[in-house]
Write a protein that binds this ligand. Structure first.
Ligand SMILES: [Cu+2]
Length: 524
């Protein structure tokens, strides 16, 4: 794992021959360059001074547009002083950075503009990107080309002004990425962590090693992830009340770290917040042992606290759970009674991230490398969403309502049905659902720029694949949320919902309403 332990190196600027691998980027850059003449304002072009023959440098102002997640606009300039007039045409905060030139704009909010002077540039290419965590890996990177005399500008722009994007190529890219799902990649997060040893007094001893590990986040795309035991998310702790644990940490990262146990109780000196509760665990081999006893049921997560904005989103996060999942068996919620003998077929974690080297992802993978959930028709499934990222994510499941029954591991007195549950950073929501319609049903964050980009589908998308079961009779299973939503459903409370309109008025009692109208009213 020697290759894995070296600090992450910045990728070199894209060379022309590498651009063959980035054909779509090339298309986008080409589109951006089109019509550029007339946008670039050139002041003092080859101004001759007093007949001396000396010339003042050319000054150019390039209009740059930032959106989720792209940098477009004027990307070619003549050698000389170059200044960027940056417009944020997106909905999130962005900026523009050039590491090579040592220049960075301020952060600019949605709808705002900001100027960034890059100085006197010689001919060459210069990478610019947005350094808000996760935005570069999502596509906010571009190459600025400086030519000796700006001659490339006419050439690129000539004769193509106002051309539409290549719609067919965009469609093809989307279909192509979607057809790759589910794509095989190396590495799988969330393995259950087994104790390394159990002491005579019953103490369970676990080992965690932090290190930088190559991680295949999308098919063929490896990033230098910051990992616990080499995986993203880290291994799961599944423990019970009364368990006494020791967690021995070896820190092989190039910087100090600590582990905060988020949402579970610990003594203060085990809370993992250097320098308040402990010293940082030293880089390059430092160690620390956490010791505490499980005193309650909980659905928590563990993650670095030191420089969490970098360490956590780069991969240092995992699930820690204590005790039983408190499914509200026998409860009636919005007319649906859960069976007393309800059996959970699968209970899965879904850890959300949106930044760092991992970027927009579910359980450490970006679509199409996300894992589908394969179920048999009619099985009850529980899922806990854990948000370890920096943004909110409204998680939407097609077709099957989700019963939200625990928040941050705390059972809700009044569970509720949703089709979309918004999960903010640090939150955990636990849901129950019962897929009973055969097919592939997508399941994704509904902030659409977290799931789609010009290159196609990516990020926070997966799907539930519902397999048919011989002899399964949907009408014989009236106690299920899917039927509750359908016109044909028979709610267990006995109400005749089929013949009520949206305000609960009876449709069939009104002689002016035909049966066809009543049916059509069920489709909304
Ligand atoms: Cu999202």
């Amino acid at each position: 794992m020697t290759a894995a332990t070296k600090p992450r190196a910045e990728a070199p600027p894209i060379q022309p021959e590498q651009q063959n691998n980035h054909w779509l980027l090339g298309v986008i850059l080409g589109i951006a360059a089109i019509g550029m003449v007339g946008i670039v304002s050139i002041a003092g072009l080859a101004l001759t001074l007093g007949g001396s023959g000396a010339t003042a440098p050319v000054s150019s102002t390039l209009n740059i547009s930032l959106k989720e997640f792209s940098i477009t606009g004027d990307l070619i300039a003549p050698a000389g002083n170059v200044s960027l007039l940056i417009s944020n045409d997106g909905s999130m905060i962005h900026n523009v950075v050039s590491d090579e030139l040592g220049k960075k704009s301020g952060n600019v909010g949605a709808g705002g503009t900001i100027q960034l002077d890059l100085g006197n540039l010689a001919p060459g290419t210069y990478e610019i990107y947005c350094d808000i965590p996760g935005h570069k890996t999502s596509g906010m990177v571009a190459l600025l080309t400086v030519t000796a005399d700006g001659s490339g500008i006419d050439q690129v722009a000539g004769g193509h002004g106002g051309e539409d994007p290549d719609w067919a190529a965009l469609d093809a890219a989307m279909m192509s990425t979607m057809m790759q799902f589910p794509a095989e990649t190396e590495g799988l997060g969330n393995p259950v962590l087994e104790p390394t040893e159990i002491r005579a007094d019953g103490t369970k001893v676990f080992d965690l090693v932090t290190e930088i590990t190559p991680w295949e986040v999308e098919p063929g795309i490896f990033v230098d992830a910051w990992t616990y035991n080499g995986v993203v998310p880290g291994p799961q702790f599944l423990l019970d009340r009364g368990d006494k644990i020791e967690v021995r940490v070896v820190n092989n990262l190039p910087m100090g770290t600590d582990i905060h146990w988020h949402g579970v109780h610990t003594p203060n000196d085990q809370d993992g917040v250097a320098p308040y509760t402990q010293d940082l665990i030293a880089p390059n081999g430092g160690t620390f042992t956490y010791e505490f006893t499980v005193t309650e049921d909980a659905i928590g997560m563990y993650h670095a606290h030191n420089h969490g904005q970098m360490q956590v989103v780069n991969g240092l996060f995992g699930v820690i759970r204590y005790g039983e999942n408190p499914v509200p068996r026998g409860s009636t919620i919005s007319g649906v009674t859960l069976p007393e003998d309800l059996v959970i077929a699968q209970d899965i974690p879904m850890v959300l991230n949106d930044a760092g080297v991992i970027g927009f992802s579910l359980n450490g993978k970006s679509f199409p490398a996300t894992e589908p959930l394969v179920v048999n028709q009619g099985e009850w499934i529980t899922v806990t969403y854990y948000n370890e990222g920096l943004q909110i994510h409204p998680m939407h499941l097609h077709q099957f309502p989700q019963l939200v029954y625990a928040k941050d591991g705390i059972p809700l007195e009044q569970p509720y049905w949703v089709d979309t549950i918004n999960v903010a950073p640090g939150e955990r929501y636990t849901v129950l659902f019962r897929p009973d319609d055969i097919g592939t049903w997508v399941w994704h964050c509904h902030i659409l720029s977290h799931v789609e980009r010009e290159e196609g589908m990516f990020g926070m998308v997966t799907a539930i694949i519902v397999q048919g079961v011989d002899g399964y009779d949907q009408t014989a299973n009236p106690v299920e949320p899917a039927n509750w939503r359908k016109a044909a459903g028979t709610p267990v409370d006995g109400a005749d919902h089929e013949n009520l309109d949206h305000d609960g008025r009876s449709l069939t009692d009104d002689p002016s309403v035909s049966e066809d109208d009543a049916d059509s009213n069920q489709d909304g």
